[in-house]
Write a protein that binds this ligand. Sequence first.
Ligand code: DUC
Ligand code: ZN
Ligand code: ZN
Length: 472
Amino acid sequence: MSNATFDLVIRQARAATASDVFETDIGIRGGRIVQLGQGLAQGQAEIDARGRTVTPGGVDAHCHLDQPMEAPARMADDFRTGTRSAAAGGTTTVIPFAAQAKGESLRAAVVDYHARSEGRAVIDYAFHLIVSDPTPEVLATELPALIGEGYTSFKVYMTYDDLKLDDGQILDVLDVARTHGALAMLHAENADCIEWLTRRLEAAGRTAPRFHAHARPMLVEREATHRAIALSQLVDVPILIVHVSGKEAVEQIRWARAHGLPVFAETCPQYLFLTAEDLGIDDSYHGAKCICSPPPRGKENQQVIWDGLADGLFTVFSSDHAPFKFDAPEGKKPGGAEVPFRHIPNGIPGLETRLPLLYSEGVLGGRITLQKFVELTATNPAKAYGLHPRKGTIAIGSDADLVIWDEHEHVVRNAALHHAVDYTPYEGMVLQAWPALTLSRGEVVWDGRQVVGREGRGRFLPCGQPTLLPKR
Ligand code: DUC
Ligand code: ZN
Ligand code: ZN
């Protein structure tokens, strides 16, 4: 038996947290960081990280895995392929959604989602809830009980017939969040405007994928963002607006912040690296690959999102991985056909590419600091969803979830990714970095060539209350 003080020591890391960058050895025992400093004692295993940046493993707080869908649609990734893909891209915690179907209990959705995840994940995971049917029973009993059990965040949709809530229902749900200290995430798009525009486009024969963006202009997001802010102000509760895509929604959030309102916002890689043109400049069906909601905007809008990341407008950077195969009847070609945009499943893959894109183009591209990268991709999501400081930082006592970066040219190729989707929107993009190693609780789960984490080793994480703000 070894007398080593540590199970593993990572030597001479250039470690980054949301506040600092410092050279240190990282001593790991029992899956946790137990010592930081120079010249640590010998570990049972050692990794030389000299000259390498080491960041906390990513917390992807918005992704969809094996979420039940209306037939024929089916998500390409389950907890096995999704978490393998996440690990290969430096993410060590995912928070997908246990989605309530209308007429179903929330508890049933959670039980079902545990059955889908049990024994499959390679990295740790928690659940958000999706509340689509806030009955008196859900509001008075189920939701408070689930919040108490560690499901402390839930998403509310302002669009999609099968998911959307009206304003009164949103107020009811926000009131539960306030009473029980949970965080509501809002999908802010005006459903009636989208339906009205979609019908007009259809009447004019404009049904190719690119018209998805025409049916969801920025105004539609701006109006719903404004309304979400007003509803949260009425209830006096913090909210987080997910997948913010455009300048006009950003302006609403800036207004809210300027008025001292606790409105948090998330954005995603697709709003930095894609534009509406990726949905097609003609009527080609390939544009379906980039259909997501809200849609990517104009080229000039990308700078607005970069600015919001750099200046603190955005709190969280997530993938919104919503994986559908392109060439498949359960994916972007429902039943095997090229269909009008209304019927194309919404979402793009991005779990594996989220961190490399932002590290390469943001940090190495000189647009954001390394500390800001850590804050957006790990620390803040862990705080927002009650997982910090166990997750999201490099500190004594935290789980040893770490990424060691390799700063070399790396061309994104779908063939090299680990999701079960048959494309990536970022095919051929030349990045300057990729994770050389990903560690989850001190175990290597991605070794730079292969996912080596065992399926089923990932643990479910009950979440505490959000800690982005002082306790109210
Ligand atoms: N909203 C999401 O959060 N993900 C995918 C599609 C959508 O509309
Ligand atoms: Zn959404
Ligand atoms: Zn989503």
